[in-house]
Design a protein around this ligand. Structure first.
Ligand SMILES: Nc1ncnc2c1ncn2[C@@H]1O[C@H](COP(=O)(O)OP(=O)(O)OP(=O)(O)O)[C@@H](O)[C@H]1O
Ligand SMILES: [Mg+2]
Length: 375
């Protein structure tokens, strides 16, 4: 008999013998139920054991799966980051190519235009300049002749006298040599300008060569000369040249001139802007606008060209962006935002140099170009 049933019988009836015999069938049924319960219990325990084992196994498998998935995710993330970096690089390359193309376009069209104009002016000016010598000689001879006529025949006829008065012969004699002199000065200046334009465009020398940087700066200043003068209400921009003793520099002269134009044009824009602002306020706010150009040898390998203006300066948050292609603070139509990007590329990539900018708002801006004497 099941031990639990035995215990219950003992508890309630004292011993097994005191149970009436007709209950035997009932007791057997209860005993069977107890035994059945035990079997069921054992089965449930076993199946619970199995389930928890399965659960542990499943848990383990899940962990393994999770680790694999985590590995795959980080692998994918790495791949994506790599792809992203490649895309960014491709974008930068694309932008650089674009800058390159625009630069080449700007350079060649500007160069061609300037070279074309210089060529067109050159011929007639040479014609005038060449003939001015003869004109001078002839004039001197004629005046000599008139003088000797006056000495030979001091008494003029009435007609001659009235003609001399009418044409103001004395004044002509005095003024004619002066006119010829000033024409000589004028054509000499035009020839200088033409020469500068030719040098500037360097159409015939897109090559790498050794040049005098100061000549390039002077040519560039001449091209921008008209922009240095404001109107009657504002003082002209003063150019302060502080040229050091520099050797010839091996460079692409046309491209370097392009850098000078871009930086100088920006300085002029900034000075114009400050003058406009000063005009809008009181006359006391006038500061004399200047651009200082300093050149010096900074080591036995490098030279520095600093272009400094006392314009409005560049706020710090903008300073980091000025070399970005298409970044401009100028109104639509005035600036393309390419000047500094092109200059940066020319200085750093083409010449293995450095182009840096320091600026204080309200004080001015300093652009420093450092390039090797020979690459
Ligand atoms: N000397 C300077 N003083 C003040 N701001 C300057 C100076 N030089 C450059 N900047 C700032 O840098 C910006 C970018 O100059 P960048 O020469 O690249 O373009 P831009 O002058 O606007 O147009 P462009 O391509 O026609 O030259 C300018 O818009 C201006 O805000
Ligand atoms: Mg510019």
């Amino acid at each position: 008999m099941h031990r639990l049933l035995q215990r219950q019988i003992k508890k309630h009836f004292g011993n097994l013998d005191s149970i009436p015999s007709e209950w035997q069938g009932f007791l057997d049924a209860i005993d069977e139920a107890y035994c059945q319960y035990d079997d069921d219990h054992k089965m449930i325990e076993r199946s619970l054991e199995l389930s928890s084992e399965e659960l542990l196994q499943a848990n383990h498998q899940l962990r393994v799966l999770l680790t694999t998935v985590e590995g795959q995710v980080s692998e994918r993330t790495l791949e994506l980051t790599k792809a992203n970096l490649e895309l960014e690089k491709a974008l930068i390359d694309l932008q650089n190519t674009q800058v390159h193309l625009i630069q080449a376009e700007k350079m060649s069209s500007l160069g061609q235009l300037i070279a074309g104009i210089a060529h067109e002016i050159n011929n007639p000016v040479n014609f005038i300049h060449g003939n001015l010598n003869y004109l001078g000689d002839y004039t001197r001879d004629l005046l000599k002749f008139v003088k000797s006529m006056e000495q030979c025949c001091p008494v003029m006829t009435k007609d001659m006298r009235s003609l001399a008065e009418e044409i103001d012969l004395n004044f002509i004699q005095d003024d004619l040599p002066k006119i010829i002199k000033s024409m000589e000065v004028g054509t000499k200046r035009i020839r200088e300008i033409v020469l500068s334009l030719r040098n500037f465009s360097h159409m015939d020398e897109v090559e790498f060569k050794r040049v005098d940087i100061h000549q390039g700066l002077d040519d560039t200043l001449l091209i921008l000369d008209h922009r240095l003068r404001f109107n009657a209400n504002a003082p002209d921009i003063q150019i302060i040249k502080q040229y050091g003793d520099l050797p010839l520099i091996s460079c692409y002269p046309g491209q370097l001139n392009q850098v000078f134009v871009n930086i100088l044009a920006n300085a002029i824009d900034a000075l114009e802007e400050s003058q406009l602002q000063a005009n809008a306020q009181t006359a006391n706010d006038y500061v004399s606008p200047f651009i200082r150009i300093q050149t010096k040898l900074i080591s036995d390998r490098y030279v520095e060209i600093a272009i400094i203006d006392n314009g409005g300066g560049i706020p710090e948050e903008i300073q980091q962006k000025i070399f970005n292609p298409f970044f401009t603070t100028k109104p639509v139509g005035k600036g393309t935002g390419m000047g500094m990007a092109i200059s940066y590329q020319i200085v750093t990539e083409k010449h293995q140099g450095k182009l840096t900018c320091t600026s204080v708002v309200g004080k001015g801006t300093n652009f420093s170009i450092q390039i090797p004497i020979a690459m």
